[in-house]
Design a protein around this ligand. Structure first.
Ligand code: MOS
Length: 746
């Protein structure tokens, strides 16, 4: 069992609601994002992208583009630098195929088919326009009915497509009440505020790349493979990201194209994706059609739960939205089946996006639970408590911790849930709008990847911690530094904290809501190594007040080592090092998931979300007027930042329920709304009064720090809660998300 840091010491940084340490740099424009780099001699790149979804490019007006003033080169399949490895070669499950001008085929709309390099951005875009590709188009296959479904090889990060226990058909047959319903969720695009930008520079066979990345080590590895150079020849700088939401977890085709263009021209190349360029080659959340079948006995206990997902992937690669995963963990039932089926369509390959799987799956599951609760004549919260899982339903493992009951209780109390009428269409506000209340359970696995960190403590009481971790906007610059300062027992203002560069020890991936646990775990371990060495020096030095205490008998706090049993006995780091004639103590540490703990426990964060909506009875217009979420996610490193993550997650959930919908023209496979004018995300006016409650939870098993992820859980539960509130307001059950006014009036 990993050592747990349970207590908060005097002067501890962990637990403090600090504001973002890099905030002033961001609001004053001093934070340097990838696209802010512009070394002398930089060429600007513009993508020429396909206006068909399937077929091939038969011609380009190269001369027109090349003769345009300012255009320096046009990169096409005819002159693109050779790669050491074909980008369709998959040497791992998370190596996705990239479109890097290897041939003239078109696999999806907005696929890059050429790159124009010019002295100015304007000339590059004009050149790209002048290329005016000609195509041999084939009829695209679009949508979930494009072909007969098949069973995918794996879903999400390689989980089995089908998992079950018990006998679902028997459980349904024996049920007192049954609900069967089909829910559809739309395709969605990440739409991080910051587009994928790349500034690529070669010096011989060394590559310097400024680009936003959620996973520096994986990006370096992919580039090294494609260009046939050792990873040490590649340096990626990614100090700040304007969001990623999964789309920057792996390097995308256009980022690699910038590197190829820099190699072709021998000059630095800057490529900044336009908004429409981000609809296609950078991943998305695929549409789903989920069939839920539930059975209950006379007491309202589930006798069976069957969750069948149909989802789309691309014609040329494998990523399948693991929507059924939520049903593995949430509700107790003796008979459970979770199945996934896929179809292949002519789109870019889908990818991890904002709670991949859990977001879509929980929207459907929580709606189905609501339908079943009503069928049983039970309050939705009462129904969930009646089916509370004391152990993980699929695996039977105990939970490492699970404060979901407290989440239900605290969320319901804050919302005023007890006053909710059972029947729909019972409440109106003073303006005559229909008012509805709905709820949903939130869940997200507590994951852990691999990371390493380096730490140093100096005789003057200052320290340095370094890790190639990534701040995608979530607050890693602050939360990880808090863990570092705590680990070294120094104040934050004595700490130099470096991250966001591939030259630092691998920080793993900022994804799966696992970055604080993973990178924080490595930092914690590196700092512990430093303190252990320092303790070794002190406790074996007869001149030290710590002499003979033993390493385990001392702790670091406030720039001192003190006895664990008597904090008044100790000395400064400087005094220990001075006697030893040392300037500094250094250490490294790493973190990864503990297989034994994983085997013994199911590890998930939980929460409960309560929503109020107001619906115009004549126009069907829907507004979310209140959202209350209560979440339990282990130890909280920084309550201000965690609350901010929960707010963000709940806004995504709102977005999922009411706004986001990438529409393709079924005849052409082209996007109808690949822009932020027509692809709707919530703005401030759509975002209600929100409350996020941090429910206390101690988890001695999950990892050394006791933290679970907080980044994605807020989206789960919320979409279902809003859908259920719309039903409660109107009496109309819309099973197609996003819920729009036409569907409510339908
Ligand atoms: Mo997240 S979808 O794991 O960046």
């Amino acid at each position: 069992m990993p050592e747990t840091v349970a207590r908060t010491r005097h002067g501890s940084s962990i637990g403090q609601p600090l504001t973002r340490r890099e905030g002033p740099l961001k609001v004053t424009g001093q934070a340097r994002f990838a696209a802010d780099n512009l070394p002398p001699g930089t060429l600007h790149a513009a993508l020429c992208t396909a206006r068909i979804a399937r077929g091939r490019v038969t011609g380009l007006d190269l001369a027109a583009a090349e003769n345009h003033p300012g255009v320096v080169a046009v990169m096409t399949p005819d002159n693109a630098p050779a790669l050491a490895k074909h980008p369709d070669d998959k040497d791992g499950p998370f190596v996705f195929r990239l479109d890097l001008l290897q041939d003239w085929s078109v696999r999806y709309a907005n696929q890059p088919v050429a790159v124009v390099l010019a002295e100015t951005l304007e000339a590059a875009f004009e050149g790209a326009r002048l290329l005016a590709p000609r195509y041999a188009a084939e009829e695209p296959r679009i949508g979930l009915d494009a072909e007969a479904p098949f069973t995918p090889p794996g879903v999400g990060v390689g989980q089995p497509p089908d998992e079950s226990h018990g006998d679902v058909e028997a459980g349904l047959a024996a049920a007192d009440k049954r609900v069967e319903a089909v829910y559809e969720t739309a395709a969605q695009y990440h739409n991080a505020m910051e587009p994928h930008a790349a500034l690529a520079q070669w010096e011989g066979d060394r590559l310097l790349l400024h680009t936003p990345s959620q996973g520096l080590t994986a990006a370096v590895g992919r580039l090294a493979g494609l260009f046939g150079i050792p990873p040490k020849n590649i340096r990626i700088e990614s100090p700040y990201l304007g969001g990623g939401f999964g789309s920057k977890g792996l390097i995308s085709g256009p980022q690699v194209l910038a590197c190829m263009a820099a190699r072709l021209t021998g000059r630095p190349v800057k490529l900044v994706a336009r908004r429409e360029d981000m609809y296609g080659p950078m991943g998305h959340r695929a549409e789903t059609r989920q069939t839920l079948r539930l059975g209950t006995d006379a007491a309202g206990k589930l006798t069976a739960l069957d969750h069948l997902t149909l989802t789309a992937s691309s014609r040329f690669d494998d990523f399948f939205e693991p929507a059924g995963g939520v049903s593995h963990t949430l509700y107790a039932t003796p008979n459970l089946a979770v199945r996934h089926r896929g179809v292949r369509v002519d789109t870019g390959t889908p990818l991890f996006m904002r709670a991949p799987g859990e977001a879509s799956g929980s929207a459907a599951l929580e709606s189905a639970l609501d339908e079943m609760a009503f069928a049983c004549g039970m309050d939705p919260l009462e129904f969930r408590l009646a089916n509370y899982a004391e152990t993980e339903p699929l695996s039977g493992r105990p939970f490492s911790s699970k404060a979901l009951r407290e989440c239900y209780a605290q969320g319901a109390a804050a919302f005023g849930w007890a006053d909710r009428p059972r029947e729909p269409r019972q409440m109106r506000d003073a303006d005559g709008f229909l008012v509805g209340w709905g709820m949903g359970t939130a869940t997200f696995p507590a994951l852990m990847f691999e990371a390493q960190a380096r730490a140093e403590l100096r005789a003057d009481g200052s320290g340095t911690v370094e890790i190639g971790a990534q701040d995608m906007g979530q607050g890693a610059w602050t939360a990880l530094a808090q863990i570092a300062a705590d680990g070294l027992g120094i104040d934050l203002d004595r700490l130099t904290f470096n991250m966001g560069s591939s030259t630092l020890p691998s920080g793993g991936i900022a994804g799966g809501s696992a970055h604080t646990a993973t990178a924080g775990g490595a930092i914690h371990a590196a700092a512990a190594a430093v303190i252990a060495e320092l303790a070794g020096i002190a406790t074996s030095d007869s001149a030290s007040p710590l002499y003979g205490a033993g390493n385990a008998g001392v702790v670091a706090e406030g720039g001192r080592l003190v006895r664990r049993d008597d904090a008044s006995r100790g000395e400064t780091f400087g005094a220990i090092l001075a006697r030893a004639g040392r300037e500094r103590v250094e250490g490294t540490g790493k973190a990864s998931s503990d297989p034994a703990a994983q085997k013994s426990y199911a590890m998930h964060a939980h929460g409960a979300v309560f929503a109020e909506v107001k619906v115009d009875p004549d126009l069907g217009q829907i507004r979310v007027s209140r959202l209350v979420g209560a979440f339990a996610a282990g130890r909280i490193i920084n309550p201000r930042l965690v609350r901010s993550q929960y707010y963000g997650g709940m806004i995504w959930g709102l977005s999922f329920a009411l706004h986001e919908h990438a529409a393709l023209d079924p005849r052409t496979g082209r996007f109808l709304n690949d822009n932020l004018g027509e692809y709707h995300v919530p703005v401030n006016a759509d975002t209600p009064e929100m409350e996020a409650i941090l429910v206390h939870e101690d988890d001695p098993h999950v990892n050394a720090l006791g933290v679970k992820g907080v980044g994605e859980i807020g989206i789960t539960g919320t979409a279902g809660a809003i859908a259920n509130a719309v039903w409660h307001a109107t009496g109309v059950r819309v099973r197609e998300l996003p819920i729009t006014l036409d569907r409510v009036l339908g």
